[in-house]
Design a binder for this molecule. Structure first.
Ligand code: FES
Length: 303
C-alpha cells in the first residue's frame, strides 16, 4: 500500500524556502531588540555615572551590587586598587554585568533566539541555512554554553539583590526635619559635591516610605527577572528532572519535588515572555534612573 508523503516547503541554499508566510518578521524583530539592548547596556556600563539618584535609594540594576564606587550604595569607596591604568575608566557595572549577561547568553531560549535572528543558522523552520555541516553544541565554542546551570546559581542571588533594591527604592532618606537627605560627598555624575558639609551628618536620619514611577519600575524589574530565572530549564531539571516518578518510594521524588517541578514548569511555559519582558524592563530601569539622575526626567513621585 502506498504511504502518503508530504514535501517540506524547504528550498536549497541560504534563505531559500517555499514558505509563503511572513516568517522573516520574527527573526528581524528579535535581532533588533537584542542588538539594541546590547548596544545600550554596553554604553551604560562604560559610562560609570548617573546610575543612582541623590536624595533617593534608586540604583540602576546594571550597577547592582555596587562593589566599589562613589554612591551611597557602594560596599567599598572609590575604585579597586588593582584597577590598572591601561584598563578603561573604572565603572562599577564592569565588575558585575558579565554575570547576568552570561546567564542570558547561555539561556536555552536566548540561544534559539540569536541562533535564528543573528547567526541566521537556522534562520527559521524550512528555510535554507548558510552552511551544510552541523556541529551544534557538541564542539567548541558552543559546548561551553553548558555552563548555564552554574550561571543559574549566581542569577538566583541577583534576584534577591535586585528585590532588595526594589524595596529600598521605596524608602526615601530624609533629615531629622523630614527634608530630603542630600549631604553626600559625591554627585550622580561622579564629581565631588561642592555643597557637601562635613560638619553635618553623613548619613540619613531616617527613611520614609514613598512611591514613584522610578520605584515601581525598580520593583517590577526583579519580579520579571524572578519569573525568568525561576522558569529556567536547568532549574526545572534540578528540582524534578532527575526523578522517574513523583509518587514517593524507592528512587522516586516526593510531593515536594512534584510541587516545585510544577511551579517551575508553570513559569517555564512562559519562559520566552519572561525572557524578553525582563530584558526590556531591566534596560528601562537603567534608563529611567539615568534620566532622573541627569535631570532630564522627573521621578514622578506619587507620595
Ligand atoms: Fe533560560 Fe535557563 S534556560 S534562563
Amino acid at each position: 500500500m502506498n504511504q502518503p508523503t508530504a514535501t517540506l516547503p524547504q528550498g536549497t541554499g541560504f534563505g531559500a524556502t517555499m514558505r509563503k508566510d511572513n516568517w522573516w518578521i520574527a527573526p528581524i524583530g528579535i535581532a533588533l531588540l537584542l542588538l539594541s539592548f546590547v548596544v545600550y547596556s554596553t554604553w551604560a556600563a562604560f559610562v560609570g555615572a548617573y546610575y543612582w539618584v541623590p536624595g533617593t535609594n534608586y540604583l540602576s540594576p546594571f550597577y547592582s551590587p555596587e562593589l566599589w564606587g562613589n554612591s551611597p550604595h557602594a560596599i567599598w569607596p572609590g575604585q579597586p586598587s588593582w584597577w590598572a591604568s591601561w584598563m578603561p575608566p573604572f565603572s562599577a557595572a564592569l565588575l558585575i554585568l558579565g554575570l547576568p549577561a552570561g546567564f542570558r547568553l547561555t539561556c536555552y531560549y536566548y540561544r534559539k533566539a540569536y541562533y535564528r535572528s543573528i547567526w541566521l543558522d537556522p534562520v527559521a523552520c524550512a528555510v535554507g541555512e548558510p552552511r551544510k555541516s552541523y556541529l551544534g553544541e557538541n564542539a567548541l565554542p558552543l559546548i561551553l554554553w553548558n555552563i548555564h546551570r552554574y550561571f543559574l546559581y549566581i542569577a538566583i542571588v541577583f534576584v534577591f539583590l535586585l528585590t532588595y533594591d526594589g524595596i529600598i527604592a521605596h524608602m526615601f532618606p530624609v533629615n531629622a526635619d523630614g527634608s530630603p537627605f542630600v549631604n553626600l560627598k559625591f554627585l550622580a555624575d561622579g564629581k565631588i559635591n561642592p555643597a557637601f558639609d562635613s560638619t553635618l551628618p553623613a548619613v540619613a536620619h531616617h527613611h520614609v516610605f514613598g512611591m514613584s514611577l522610578v520605584s515601581l519600575v525598580l520593583m517590577l524589574n526583579p519580579i520579571l527577572i524572578a519569573g525568568y530565572t525561576f522558569g529556567c530549564h536547568s532549574l526545572r531539571h534540578i528540582v524534578g528532572g532527575r526523578k522517574d516518578c513523583f509518587a514517593g518510594g524507592d528512587g522516586c521524588g516526593s510531593d515536594l519535588h512534584f510541587k516545585a517541578w510544577s511551579l517551575v514548569s508553570l513559569l517555564n511555559r512562559n519562559h520566552a515572555v519572561f525572557a524578553m519582558s525582563s530584558l526590556v524592563v531591566v534596560g528601562l530601569a537603567d534608563l529611567v534612573v539615568r534620566l532622573v539622575a541627569m535631570g532630564i526626567m522627573p521621578e514622578c513621585r506619587f507620595f
